[in-house]
Design a protein around this ligand. Structure first.
Ligand code: ASP
Length: 446
């Protein structure tokens, strides 16, 4: 049995959290590969080390002095290293990151680089973790590669990292970064250590990818909207993809792809409650979900562009021309429910507002519609669940619950996989709608 364990920033925010994480690793001999994040927030209002590093880069790019901010960053690591009482095995002296901080100072004062700066958060935390556990340290820059377009080169990474891990008894690999095609450090998007963990699990052919964070897995609904929602025991990759796309954020959206490739399950666990089972994310399962729906997630601030044209259905190429208008303006499309003489294109308000009139005139030029209506302040809510398939009455229950809560439904879209139903409501009804759907499927079933 081989496990890859990734710890999030809050799980490694200070010496006490570090000790918990190390205790978890030591408690199970199969936890041999470790991916740390950078130290996160220790309390409300605290600043994550990654944010301090971005700030340091901004200051350095302006040619101003970085001593103060670098001192603050250094203090975070000193607290951890000293708090853990780590000694240098050869000298017996306290473990020191002096040389590392000097390298960072020189680099940032001579040729500052944003990604390099940000990556130091996980790099330094991993040096400490490796030393504390007595594990091998592998620099992610040597084993994770991006191509010329800045996209992860999955196969090269898998080959190189796979080879390296074959001979490793154990190892610590920093999350969040790798090597760009120009040889410089390149980071993933924020929260990207989740992706590193997944890449490592694939390369190591691990049995499980454990992702340790500060919550006991996924909840059926966002706890900021529904009070103490039920947790999800098991969720499939596809369900999770739908939910995370719609805003459920525990795991980075892209983190499922490397492990999905190998069918490796992900187990989301809570560092502060290690006895909780957490949520299992799996390829497929015959385990019945607790409720008909697995989860509800949603996002606010969409616009719908409604294009009307009589006999649209018999005009070949009409939809393509409309979509071309959005493509020309560089706007990505979220949903496209259609009627007989209308098609609706749902887009992000923030992306669309500036280009609104440009898109409207492009649609007129390319597709010659009768009219175009635009509506803003739309919220989309995805109701996701493998249990909905072939289950009669699910949609009926959703709409009855919404009607009962006096929420007007402005749009409906059911995926053909029967895995999700998306409803559009007004922004102001967003929370009420989620609570109503949660109640009908969960509260009334407990
Ligand atoms: N430290 C990085 C961030 O704050 C990456 C991560 O934690 O996954 O986004």
């Amino acid at each position: 049995m081989k496990k890859v364990v990734k710890f999030g920033g809050s799980s490694l925010a200070d010496a006490e959290q570090f000790r918990k994480a190390a205790g978890i690793i030591r408690a199970d001999k199969s936890r041999i590969f470790v991916v740390p994040s950078a130290p996160g927030r220790r309390f409300d209002g605290d600043t994550k080390v990654t944010d301090l590093l971005y700030k340091m880069d901004e200051i350095a790019e302006k040619g101003e002095k970085i001593d103060d901010i670098l001192g603050k960053i250094r203090a975070r690591y000193t607290e951890i290293a000293e708090g853990l009482g780590i000694k240098d095995p050869s000298t017996g002296k306290p473990f020191s990151l002096d040389d590392e901080f000097e390298k960072i100072r020189v680099k940032m004062t001579t040729e500052p680089e944003r990604d390099y700066a940000a990556s130091r958060g996980e790099y330094l935390n991993s040096l400490i973790m490796a030393r504390y556990l007595g594990f091998e340290f592998i620099d992610a820059r040597e084993v994770i590669f991006f191509d010329e377009n800045g996209v992860l080169d999955s196969e090269k990474t898998n080959d190189v990292l796979g080879d390296r891990l074959k001979n490793a008894k154990n190892a610590v690999l920093p999350g969040f970064y790798g090597c760009g095609s120009d040889g410089r450090v390149k980071t993933f998007s924020r929260g990207g250590s989740d992706i590193t963990g997944s890449i490592m699990a694939r390369a190591a052919r691990a049995d499980v990818y454990e992702n340790w964070t500060d919550v006991s897995g996924f909840m059926v609904a966002d706890p900021r909207v529904v009070e103490e929602p039920e947790s999800i025991d098991t969720i499939t990759y596809r369900e999770l993809r739908e939910l995370s796309y719609m805003g459920a954020s525990v795991l980075h959206e892209e983190a499922i792809f490397p492990v999905r490739h190998e069918g490796i399950p992900i187990n989301i666990r809570n560092t502060n409650r290690p006895d909780d089972d957490g949520t299992w994310i799996v390829e497929s399962t015959c385990q019945k979900p607790k409720f008909v729906i697995t989860g509800i997630a949603g996002k606010k601030d969409f616009c719908s562009v409604i294009i009307n044209k009589a006999l649209m259905n018999s005009e070949i190429g009409f939809c393509r021309k409309v979509l071309q208008a959005f493509e020309e303006s560089g706007i990505s499309i979220e949903h496209m429910p259609s009627g007989i003489d209308t098609m609706t294109v749902v887009v992000h308000e923030s992306e669309f507002l500036d280009k609104e009139q440009h898109v409207v005139s492009a649609i007129h030029r390319l597709a010659d519609p009768d009219t175009i209506d635009i509506e803003a302040d739309l919220a989309l809510i995805a109701i996701v669940g493998r249990g909905m398939k072939s289950m009669r009455g699910t949609a009926g229950r959703i709409f009855a619950a919404l009607a009962h809560a006096r929420v007007n439904v402005r749009m409906i879209d059911q995926g053909s996989s029967e895995l999700n139903i998306i409803v559009g409501v007004e922004n102001k009804d967003f929370e009420t709608a989620i609570r109503a759907i949660y109640d009908i499927f969960v509260t009334t079933q407990i």
